[in-house]
Ligand binder design. Structure first.
Ligand code: NAI
Length: 595
């Protein structure tokens, strides 16, 4: 059991009725979805409830050995996560300025949050239970970690360089982090900011990007073999890269991107190489940065191989608050009109983001969320005078949504193209007009990891009144981010052990691109026929929507559209846990109290 926070140390046991055998736990779940049809002529919406039953199998952990390879292992987030896990596993005490402290996992949903499991008949109260007690999660303290960094500094020295933990803490754990990062993928072409050049001294060389891809695959294979691991997860925690253009024939299909690697195409970024290598080795890939690593070619391969991919960017401080404040505004019938976010920070992430191209990736990631809320609440904005839709449409008649990243030229830094980028940065520029929104990030070295964030929210209230809320938030950036990295790893590992069987499902629903193996340019790729392995039981979609709670800009699948509501993201995760424990989902209705 990991060194979980306070009350989970109580020897609490939860008993379920669910079936189990030596390999699996079993549960069932009945899902009702409302299918809506809208007749655009009559404006009538017709609703039909569709029921589906699922059988669920949850593989037991037994003696599973999990490894995690981190890209950017010497960075602030990676070393903070590793230092935190190490301190917890050793259960050290350390002096933090004046006081003696103990480590904890605060900020991790899986290791520090409780879930409502039901209603206690005796004392007529709700019953809560730590998630860790309900569901069999992998103990983060048993994970074998390794990883890459473009800088060869030993992790124990990185702890001092990164200035997140105090000296007493570092002295007590540094020998456990005695590790020199693996040689890394680094390409010229401003993928990360020029100001990171001084760090580059630990890189793989090869005649083309395909050769580098092969080298990364071998590194993953070696790590798995050396440590005798059953599974490996690859986590990108490197610097934010620039947004790459989406180009037909280059990164749209897996076959095309292999060709692009061979031809050293400028749009194949280091993060794409890691993602491809991971998936080809059947390792899930998590992108904790904002850039668009998960291009169609990567998605196609992941779906084909039945491997999870998760992204983008971590939802830590400012965006997390924005997310549930938007739930508050729209959920209570208020109408946000202006949301302006400013922050300054002084760590290496801030230094990298002080460069325009990398900042741009972050800006898109931080902005996506508002557009979706506005779309879902369009009726609030129809009468707005300030939205001259017609003008906007004619001004931009040649630019479609997301066109900003089509074609190399659009990410050059000439004044004209930067203008286009700014205008089209958000999923829908008209939505941007409805809620004025801007984001500023400044690099101030002196503040180090202590990020300062200021936000101003102006909303319209009853009878055209105005309500302004200002927030000032000081936080240790990496201490907020690291538990989210742990959660993402635990979620991906858990999801790999969960299989659903729809009792209604028929073959035509199955998303199988090809039976057996495909052979591309000497790349033999086997299709992981999970459904064959467990008689029609399938893992969830490769694009793991359950991770949306943890991601600033949750990545969409072709099957569903991400829900941006914080409440909905949290509840979908908690309901998932209830389902695999064979508990009913929570309708948040207190009907038992009425009896
Ligand atoms: P950092 O700059 O401290 O660490 C990044 C590390 O990646 C550096 O050690 C760098 O040498 C290494 N690196 C860069 N390119 C690489 C490559 N191609 N291969 C191997 N190593 C490479 O940054 P930090 O603070 O750890 O953040 C990591 C990422 O997480 C950034 O993209 C950041 O925007 C994102 N993020 C951070 C949050 C936070 O700290 N609160 C919140 C949300 C996202």
């Amino acid at each position: 059991c990991p060194n979980v926070y306070d009350n989970t140390k109580i020897k609490l046991q939860v008993k379920f009725n669910r079936k189990e055998d030596k390999d699996f736990f079993y549960s069932t779940y009945e899902h009702t979805e409302t299918e809506v049809e809208k007749d655009n002529k009559t404006n009538v919406m017709t609703c039909k409830n569709i029921k589906n039953k699922y059988e669920v199998m949850i593989e037991k952990l037994k003696n599973k050995k999990l490894g995690v390879l981190i890209v950017g292992i010497g960075g602030n987030n990676a070393t903070t996560m590793l230092g935190g896990i190490c301190a917890n596993s050793k259960d050290i005490s350390y002096i933090d300025t004046y006081d003696i402290k103990k480590p904890n996992y605060l900020g991790s949903v899986f290791l520090s949050s409780n879930l409502r499991i039901g209603y206690n008949k005796k004392n007529k109260e709700h019953s809560y239970c730590p998630i860790y007690k309900l569901v069999e999660l992998y103990n983060p303290e048993h994970i074998i970690f390794g990883g890459w960094d473009i800088n060869n500094m030993n992790l124990k020295d990185c702890l001092y360089r990164n200035k997140v933990f105090g000296v007493d803490f570092i002295e007590k754990i540094k020998n456990d982090l005695d590790y020199v990062p693996l040689k890394s993928v680094y390409f010229k072409g401003n993928f990360i900011a020029d100001n990171q050049q001084l760090r580059v001294n630990n890189i793989l060389v090869g005649t083309n990007k395909l050769e580098i891809l092969e080298k990364v695959r071998n590194q993953i294979k070696e790590f798995k073999k050396q440590n005798n691991l059953n599974d490996v997860i690859v986590l990108w925690s490197g610097n934010t890269e620039k947004t790459i253009p989406i180009i037909e024939g280059v990164n749209d299909t897996f076959i095309n991107i292999l060709g692009a690697c061979k031809n050293n195409h400028v749009s194949v970024s280091p993060s794409i190489i890691y993602a491809l290598a991971a998936i080809l080795e059947n390792c899930p890939f998590i992108n904790s940065s904002p850039q668009n690593t998960l291009v169609n070619a990567v998605v196609e391969l992941a779906e084909y191989k039945n491997v999870f991919i998760v992204g983008n960017d971590l939802k830590t401080g400012q965006t997390k608050i924005k997310n549930f404040l938007l739930d508050f505004y729209f959920g209570t019938g208020l109408k946000p009109k202006s949301i302006v976010s400013y922050n300054h920070l002084g760590n290496n992430d801030g230094k990298n983001l002080s460069s325009d191209l990398q900042f741009y990736s972050k800006k898109i990631s931080k902005s996506n969320l508002i557009c979706d809320y506005v779309k879902a609440n369009d009726n609030l904005y129809v009468s707005d005078d300030d939205m001259n839709e017609k003008n906007m449409r004619s001004k931009h008649k040649n630019i479609k949504n997301n066109d900003f990243c089509k074609g190399d030229s659009l990410i050059s830094t000439s004044t004209d193209t930067v203008e286009i980028e700014k205008d089209c940065a958000f999923t829908d520029m008209l939505e941007k007009q409805k809620v004025n929104s801007d984001i500023v990030i400044k690099y101030v070295p002196y503040v180090g990891d202590d990020k300062k964030a200021m936000d101003e929210y102006i909303s319209e209230i009853f009878m055209n009144g105005k309500n302004t809320i200002c927030l000032y938030n000081i936080c240790q950036d990496s201490l907020l981010a690291s538990p989210i990295l742990i959660d993402l790893i635990l979620l991906v590992e858990l999801s790999q052990r969960v299989y659903f069987k729809s009792l209604k499902m028929n073959d035509s629903n199955e998303k199988i691109l090809c039976n057996g193996n495909i052979n591309i340019d000497n790349y033999v790729i086997s299709h992981d026929m999970v459904s064959n392995k467990y008689k029609n039981f399938k893992r969830m979609d490769s694009i793991l929507y359950l991770s949306s709670l943890f991601c600033k800009s949750p990545f969409n699948s072709s099957v569903y559209k991400t829900r941006h509501s914080f409440f909905s993201q949290l509840e979908s995760l908690l309901n998932f846990i209830r389902i695999i424990c064979d508990l009913p989902t929570d309708a948040h209705l207190d009907l038992p109290f009425m009896a």
